[in-house]
Design a binder for this molecule. Structure first.
Ligand code: UGA
Length: 431
């Protein structure tokens, strides 16, 4: 099939490269000329395992990047993978989506035959129907369900495993309100992976598809906050919350994944989506009490981590190592990383902060230009009166005698990754 993807961010580039790998001819449209050039030269604009190989294999051939929306007329369907960031009050900013769908509509004026537009971005239930459809119809001069279709097909990719998640998803959600031509096109698009892996395809309404994305992220974020809440209780009783989690995870109704308690969730998705759906709920007149609580628990974990450090060291005037800066391992993304409140609160306490991360130091340097950055964990630990672990990078599991170089060997582990060592004071955040 011929497919166009609008947006070359983390979702757009991953989807475009994976669809090219599935045998489709893909146009990836972005306003950033630098990114377009990079993709056509075979270089991935984002750091994501497996993506470099795909962009290098297809970039400039069956994956063509362009700034020109007219490429859409060469294709059967267009996916919109544009950012929907939060406004200051938690609501979502639809300006990129609105501009994008208008450009798609303008291009479609020149196309003969049915064309499907697909919303991949995360939008509040009802947005496609009430906000995006009118723009698409008026820009294209065509009618939804007649010469054009508009579907919602949310993405469940995790950063750090986006390519694998796209190629072998748990489910594919297609919200079409029963438009059979839309369903047929999406079935043809995903046929290679659906057939290979027997993936369930959920055919549903457009608002349901929009809500499934929020519910998925809100549920997972709340699951982590619930295990963090239970983990905090475990800590008070001297109980190992990881043993508790392993046991409860054996109950199919609970499930073993997303039960790793610690310093909490970050990233571009959980915080953004949980805030957006809480805001939308409030506007609709409903108080989302459990989601509010999930956010409160998440907000308190960095302070709890530091209170455990306070129990052993007065960090004022002391050097403290922060191990891990990205919001999770496998990515250089620091958006809403728990390292940010941890560093802020250490600075408030008067500590000299030295950060280390295998890939995310340049990003953190932009946020905190005045703290120190070490080129290795050893260098970060050397002379430190205390270390906190914020990201579960594998390399931290191998640390051992490096702790002996600390001025005061106290470790507070926010991710259950550090091996205990004789002579080193070790505190687990929730165990
Ligand atoms: C999340 C969802 O998992 C994806 O399905 C979704 O597509 C994506 O958001 C999105 O909306 O685009 P992501 O933010 O990449 O993916 O990362 P996760 O692996 O879900 O981790 C989120 C945060 O939760 C991380 O800070 C992680 O450290 C934390 N976490 C996760 C825990 O603290 N404990 C756990 O057991 C699991």
């Amino acid at each position: 099939m011929q497919v166009s993807i609008v947006g070359s961010g983390y979702v757009g580039t991953t989807v475009a490269a994976c669809l090219a790998d599935m045998g489709h001819e893909v146009y990836n449209i972005d306003i950033d000329e630098g990114v377009v050039e990079q993709i056509n030269d075979g270089q991935s604009p984002i750091h994501e395992p497996g993506l470099d190989a795909l962009v290098s294999a297809y970039g400039g051939s069956t994956l063509q990047a362009t700034t020109d929306y007219d490429a859409i007329t060469e294709t059967d369907l267009t996916m919109l993978a544009l950012p929907t960031p939060n406004e200051a009050d938690g609501g979502i900013d639809l300006s990129a989506m609105k501009a994008g769908i208008e450009s798609v509509g303008n291009a479609l004026r020149e196309k003969d035959g049915y064309h499907l537009a697909v919303v991949k971005s995360t939008v509040i239930p009802g947005t496609t129907e009430t906000e995006l459809k009118p723009i698409l119809e008026s820009a294209s001069g065509k009618t939804d369900g007649d010469e054009i279709g508009l579907a919602v097909n949310p993405e469940f990719l995790r950063e750090g495993s986006a390519v694998d998640d796209f190629m072998e998803p748990d489910k594919i959600v297609v919200g079409t309100d029963g438009d059979t031509r839309a369903l047929d096109l999406l079935a043809r698009l995903y046929e290679p992976i659906v057939a290979d892996w027997d993936i369930p395809v959920v055919e549903t309404g457009r608002p349901e598809a929009e809500m499934i994305k929020y519910a998925n992220n809100a549920f997972l974020a709340s699951k982590v906050s619930l295990i963090n809440d239970l983990g905090n209780i475990c800590k008070e009783f001297g109980v190992d919350s990881y043993e508790v989690a392993d046991a409860i995870g054996m109950d199919d109704r609970i499930g073993e994944r997303f039960l790793r308690s610690g310093v909490g969730w970050g990233g571009s998705c959980f915080p953004k989506d949980v805030d957006a759906i809480r805001h939308a709920a409030r506007e609709a007149g409903y108080e989302p009490q459990l989601l509010d609580a999930a956010v409160s628990v998440n907000d308190q974990q960095p302070e709890r981590l530091l209170e455990l450090l306070d129990d052993h060291v007065d960090v004022s005037g002391e050097r403290v190592a922060v191990l891990g800066l990205s919001f999770k391992p496998g990515t250089d993304d620091i958006r809403n990383s728990r390292a940010i409140p941890v560093i802020e609160r250490l600075l408030d306490r008067g500590a000299t902060v030295v950060g280390y991360d295998p890939v995310a130091m340049d990003e953190m340097r932009e946020q905190f230009p005045d703290i120190e950055y070490a080129s290795s964990p050893d260098e970060a630990l050397d002379g430190a009166s205390g270390a906190v672990v914020v990201t579960d990078w594998d390399e931290f599991a191998a640390l051992d005698e490096e702790f002996d170089a600390m001025a005061q060997p106290v470790i507070v582990d926010g991710r259950r990754i550090i091996r205990r060592r004789e002579g080193v004071t070790y505190e687990g955040l929730t165990w």
